[in-house]
Design a protein around this ligand. Structure first.
Ligand code: HEM
Length: 451
């Protein structure tokens, strides 16, 4: 794997006194190394220091990474009151998602929102979106040029955005959808900068990022509140027929019997839209990036699909999310000191599950640099070793949806499109918003018209 520089040899023996090894003072250089190649950097740190290490970035302070399944289990199954994920997520996503978002809340308020959001994304219900996903994929791949290189990621993102907009809002008016798409794209573009540097959340003049972000958010919110109002009126008039996520949430009730407020609905809808399309689109771009550089796997996948089998497809999706985890780490903020891996970590610090480092541990995934879906056919991966969707009471609500969607889209592409990679070198991974994306967006060429 070209972009990863990994020192070999056994991890250094670590005395469990004081704080975990790694950088102590905030270092811009560490921040830049992380931003340039988070996957390679986290893997290298785990191989150098072992299962607990620390990084210190300007703006974020000291982060304690764990890269061992038993420690990740401690973190994911520890008391949610002590391991605050919402507070940690809010430091980067708060202004975009709002105060009621399941991603930025903690404790009882988090569980209340999570309980309402889980049913619409349950495995059974997710399968009802199969036809929609296929239709959106077919429509998009028909637009691909023959014989000219193009970046695949924007196309997979158009598919996943079209799917999530329809699945969540059930909007079918094409003009309204086009307007909605423009608003979401503009908003997503502005979240990145504000997300990375909270210090930029100030008005430095009308053209500066923060006022632009606020204008973009206001425009998106107006559209969403309009949509909520229309749908609420339909549901109140007895129109119980819709089964899109918004209609389900309008019918859902809190434990005390009260319905969700418009503000709660807005925050959850933006959360699901935001969390649910760029991640999946990037996962798909990585799947093709890996497949085109591992012809053995691509051929085997095509053969298994032709034989009507889905196991290898499922394993390919899992292996993609192992080898190129779209989210490389997840955070919990400590509300009280915690013992982690023999270290006493102070209150207020961030504990991070080093997803990327776990996925490249030789003892958990032999020959981790190899793209080999077979490893997921041989047995189920450990719940705390393969963690692209995080875990515990914060595990990704859309995991079943995302894997199902990736399988359907990948199947359509692989069966119908003869793609090749004009440049056979692996694409470097780069940070895109909060995801790990192929540096060039997975450049492909359609060698002949679609089958
Ligand atoms: C390949 C695609 C995806 C990946 C890699 C991914 C990954 C993640 C990760 C790592 C977390 C944090 C978990 C933790 O803190 O332990 C998360 C949370 C979440 N994801 Fe996803 N996700 C994906 C797709 C989706 C989709 C399609 C949706 C919705 C339709 C979604 C909705 C959410 C929500 C609502 C949360 C917050 C859960 C909570 O805090 O209780 N995600 N996701």
């Amino acid at each position: 794997m070209e972009q990863v520089t990994i020192p070999r040899g056994p991890a250094a023996a670590v005395p469990r006194t004081g704080l975990p090894p790694g950088s102590k003072a905030p270092s811009l250089l560490q921040g830049l190394r992380y931003a340039r190649d988070p996957l390679g950097f986290l893997v290298a740190l785990q191989r150098r220091y072992g299962d607990v290490f620390s990084l210190s970035f300007p703006f974020f302070g000291r982060l304690f990474y764990v890269a061992d399944p038993a420690l990740v289990k401690t973190m994911f199954t520890g008391s949610p009151e002590q391991f605050h994920a919402g507070e940690a997520n809010a430091t980067v996503l708060g202004p975009a998602l709002g105060p009621n978002s399941v991603l930025t809340l903690d404790d009882a308020a988090h569980m209340q929102q999570r309980k309402l959001l889980l049913p619409p994304f349950h495995g059974e219900r997710v399968r009802g979106y199969g036809e929609l996903i296929r239709e959106m994929t077919r429509k998009q791949i028909e637009t691909w040029p023959v014989g000219e290189p193009f970046a695949l990621r924007p196309h997979t993102q158009r598919i996943t955005l079209a799917v999530i907009m329809r699945a969540v809002f059930g909007v079918h008016d094409e003009d309204r959808l086009a307007r909605f798409e423009r608003l979401i794209n503009d908003f997503s573009k502005r979240v990145g900068l504000i997300t990375t540097f909270p210090a930029l959340r100030k008005n430095f003049g009308p053209g500066s990022p923060w006022p632009r972000f606020l204008r973009s958010r206001a425009a998106l919110d107006r559209f969403i509140y309009e949509e909520i109002g229309l749908r609420r009126a339909e549901v109140q008039a007895g129109g119980e027929g819709h089964d899109d996520v918004l209609s389900l949430l309008l019918r859902a009730r809190h434990d005390d019997g009260s319905p969700m407020s418009d503000e709660e609905l807005r925050d959850e809808l933006v959360t699901v839209l935001g969390a649910g399309h760029e991640t999946t689109a990037t996962g798909l771009a990585w799947a093709m990036e890996r497949l085109l550089r591992t012809p053995r796997v691509l051929t085997k996948l095509r053969e298994s699909l032709a034989a009507g089998e889905d196991d290898y497809l499922e394993a390919t999706v899992k292996e993609t999310l192992r080898a190129r985890p779209v989210i490389v780490d997840v955070a919990r903020k400590l509300t009280a000191p915690a013992q982690v891996g023999g270290y006493e970590l102070p209150k207020g610090s961030f504990v991070m599950a080093a997803i990327a480092a776990l996925h490249y541990r030789e003892d958990l995934f032999p020959e981790p640099e190899e793209f080999r879906p077979e490893r997921f056919l041989e047995g189920k991966a450990d719940n705390y070793a393969w963690i692209p969707f995080g875990g515990g009471v914060r595990r990704c609500i859309g995991a079943a949806f995302a894997e199902y969607e990736m399988r359907i889209i990948l199947k359509e592409i692989v069966e119908r499109a003869d793609l090749s990679a004009p440049d056979p070198r692996p694409e470097k991974a780069k940070v895109r918003n909060i995801t790990l994306a192929p540096g060039k967006g997975t450049i492909v060429k359609l060698d002949r018209p679609l089958r």
